[in-house]
Design a protein around this ligand. Structure first.
Ligand code: ASP
Length: 311
């Protein structure tokens, strides 16, 4: 059965992803197609065009894609000026002998691959960014000369991270039962320039292995990096745990992690049979599902794993 699941903001792309599968496209084709529409959605301030910028007001995007059949993967980080990092990540997977490229190198590669440049900072994102600076760091805002020196201090203030994080996750199963995962994000708003979260890190925010399952994460990426959350979930399924047991174990690891800026992390998961689920620690959230027999996607709640005695 053809299936696509996504984080809730994937609703704008999930039907297109299903269409790709119905026309015989691969799971990789489907996740890329779905994510591209989220990246182009100006209303989404967490992904692609319209994403919130870093401390300097620059939109820096991260993305990764993994083919669960071959375990091939591609990722880009801190890319400026290109609307579709998911497609650049796919090109990295297919054209380069590398898995991850970042910054200027990734932009150079995007140019060589024929991607078009675009100004990604929308008026809405700029307004949120400026308001955040004025409210949270009035001594920094406007003092361009001292601004760079103040960046680290500002980053450590962790400006309302829960409200300014977000990412899109997609997992698809195609007609051959192959799995693929894609992740794309503008990362943590007001982040230190060059900061990468879990989204472009294979194993942290994204992992797919058609033999066992696939997982992708949103939320505080630093925590998912430290625990290799996506890979852990798939590995636990390989070791014989059910999808629910595997995801719950990984979520409890996140719940117990000591972190000065501890924040919500969520995941979507699909196993090799196409069973799916979504889980979160630190707050409720939703995910969307579409199977080939559905006329429209369905939004479902994630299972919220309670945080034991968290200080
Ligand atoms: N995981 C993303 C990051 O850390 C952000 C998010 O999903 O909220 O960059």
């Amino acid at each position: 059965m053809l299936k696509v699941i996504a984080s809730a903001n994937g609703i704008v792309g999930i039907e297109a992803a299903m269409e790709v599968l119905k026309k015989g496209g691969t799971a990789v084709d489907a996740v890329e197609a779905g994510i591209r529409l989220v990246e182009s959605n100006p209303e989404d301030t967490t992904v692609g065009y319209g994403g919130l910028p870093n401390l300097l007001g620059e939109v820096e995007l991260d993305a990764s894609i993994m083919d669960g059949e071959t375990l091939a993967a591609g990722a880009v980080g801190a890319v400026k000026g290109y609307e579709h990092p998911i497609s650049i990540a796919r090109k990295v997977m297919e054209e380069l002998p590398h898995v991850m490229i970042v910054g200027e190198g990734a932009e150079r590669f995007a140019r060589e691959m024929g991607f078009e440049k675009k100004d990604l900072l929308t008026p809405k994102a700029r307004e949120i960014w400026e308001k955040g600076l004025k409210e949270k760091a009035p001594d920094i805002y406007g003092e361009r000369a001292e601004y760079l020196e103040s960046l680290r201090r500002f980053a450590n203030l962790a400006v309302d991270p829960e409200k300014h994080l977000g990412t899109v996750n997609f997992i698809a199963m195609d007609s051959r039962g192959h799995l693929a995962t894609g992740v794309s994000t503008s990362g943590w708003a007001w982040k230190y320039p060059g900061r990468l979260g879990d989204s472009p890190v294979i194993g942290a925010g994204n992992y797919a292995d058609s033999r066992y399952g696939a997982a992708a994460c949103t939320g505080r990426g630093e925590m998912a990096i430290r625990l290799s959350t996506a890979r852990s979930i798939v590995l636990y399924m390989e070791m014989g745990l059910s999808l629910e047991e595997a995801a719950t174990k990984a979520m409890l690891e996140l719940a117990r992690l000591k972190d000065r800026f501890w924040g919500r992390v969520s995941c979507i998961v699909m196993d090799a049979k196409g069973n799916h689920g979504a889980f979160s620690v630190g707050g409720p959230s939703k995910y969307v599902v579409m199977t080939e027999d559905m006329d429209a996607p369905q939004e479902l709640p994630r299972v919220e794993i309670p945080v034991p005695n968290k200080k």
